[in-house]
Write a protein that binds this ligand. Structure first.
Ligand code: SAM
Ligand code: SF4
Ligand code: SF4
Length: 375
């Protein structure tokens, strides 16, 4: 049998045989969940379809790094739509119930609705269609929303960091008009991709003056605004704890303007804490990845544009599924590989960020970039 590599680590880079321990594990018994070393099931799959983007958000793709000399992945290295769908079929068979397309900017991938249509054909072992969502910067959404809905997409999340055009331009480091993002949100809702979630990354001193204007704008609209703590993803954004606005402060600022009451949510894997406006004007969410780690309920796997499987947003290494897909592995083989990889997962970066960072620095390793793996 030819050598099949699906563990990407320094042993592989050095031309040594991949660590064999987790190869082709037995599949879970029928009806049994696939659990990692911390007892977390595999439930969510995030698929990054491109590492390219038409924005240069300062916290994600700083222009000094992602400039004209930056080498993006060549097209031949990207998984094809058929390869993505083949991999996703196995993930769904192994427990995934929600699939999110992301990037880079996923709407830059030509004919992305064709991929949505392929994914919409998948069925869970219970015969249900997995929930299909997509995260976008909204720049191309007005013209794509209906086609995405028709292809089988269920919902979209739109990233928008400011209402004020000047702040928006500074955050996205683009001259794109925020009004067109608002048009995209409206088009998505009109197409039935609702409720639309709007994600705002809050960076102290950069856009925290937009918290109240954003809340005022989206209150009562039917869209759900979510405030995300600025995270130390990757190694290019020069992250600094002093620039993080803790979610508790965001909630306090909002509650001063409009009383809020917490909403209970027991669903495992949900990352946002939800609050309802007491006056019935809808809800908001806060995602406290920095100040309140939620690794204990993290049920997410992430597939990179060229088919590497990452088990954590802060991982340094992925597992090469493309080699299996292009090497002719059948679904059983893929499922066995996935079972072995997931069972070996122990990631909990956010629960011990400081020690983890010190360890990475000592080993000279870099976390993957958000624009490569998606949020
Ligand atoms: N381009 C699409 C978009 O912006 O929605 C999808 C990919 S983007 C990497 C996914 C999400 O990650 C966005 O909501 C973005 O705001 C968020 N994000 C990127 N870098 C971040 C950081 N350093 N901290 C927190 N969120 C971040
Ligand atoms: Fe592009 Fe999204 Fe990153 Fe902004 S956050 S640079 S829109 S990938
Ligand atoms: Fe999941 Fe890793 Fe984030 Fe923890 S740090 S919640 S394991 S992605």
């Amino acid at each position: 049998m030819s050598r099949v590599i699906f563990l990407t680590d320094r042993r592989e880079a050095a031309g040594l045989a991949p660590a064999p321990a987790r190869a082709f594990a037995p599949l879970p018994a029928h009806g049994e969940p696939l659990l990692d070393t911390r007892g977390r099931p595999l439930r969510d799959l995030r698929i990054s379809v491109t590492d390219r983007c038409n924005f240069r958000c300062t916290y994600c793709m700083p222009r000094e790094v992602f400039d004209k000399h930056h080498e993006f992945l060549p097209h031949r290295d990207l998984l094809t739509f058929e390869e993505i769908a083949a991999a996703a079929r196995v993930f769904v068979a192994m427990g995934v119930r929600k699939i999110r397309l992301t990037g880079g900017e996923p709407l830059l991938r030509r004919n992305i609705e064709t991929l949505v249509a392929l994914l919409a054909e998948l069925r869970t072992p219970e015969g249900r269609k997995p929930e299909l969502t997509l995260t976008t910067n909204g720049s191309l959404l007005a013209r794509k929303a209906q086609a995405l809905k028709d292809a089988g997409l269920d919902r979209v999340t739109v990233s928008m960091d400011a209402l004020d055009p000047a702040v928006f331009a500074r955050m996205s480091d683009s001259d794109f008009d925020v009004a067109r993002v608002l048009e995209g949100i409206a088009a998505a809702a009109a197409a039935g991709l609702a409720p639309v979630k709007v994600n705002m990354v809050v960076r102290k001193g950069a856009n925290d003056d937009q918290i109240l204007p954003m809340a005022r704008h989206f209150r009562g609209s039917g869209h759900i605004l979510r405030f995300i703590e600025y995270m130390d993803v990757g190694s290019t954004n020069g992250w600094n704890m002093a620039e993080v606005v803790p979610s508790a402060d965001v909630v306090a600022r909002l509650a001063e303007a409009w009383p809020l009451r917490p909403l209970q949510d027991e669903e495992m894997g949900r990352v946002a804490a939800r609050w309802a406006y007491a006056d019935g004007a809808g809800e908001i969410g806060v995602i406290s990845s920095v100040t309140q780690a939620f690794c204990g309920g993290c049920t997410r796997a992430r597939l990179s544009p060229e088919g590497r499987l990452f088990l954590c947003l802060f991982a340094t290494h992925g597992h090469d599924l493309r080699a299996l897909l292009r090497g002719g592995a059948d679904e059983t083989r893929l499922a066995q590989a996935l079972a072995g990889i997931w069972r070996g997962r122990g990631d909990n970066y956010s629960e011990h960020r400081a020690q983890a960072d010190a360890g990475l620095a000592a080993a000279g390793e870099h976390k993957i970039e958000m624009s490569y793996i998606g949020g």
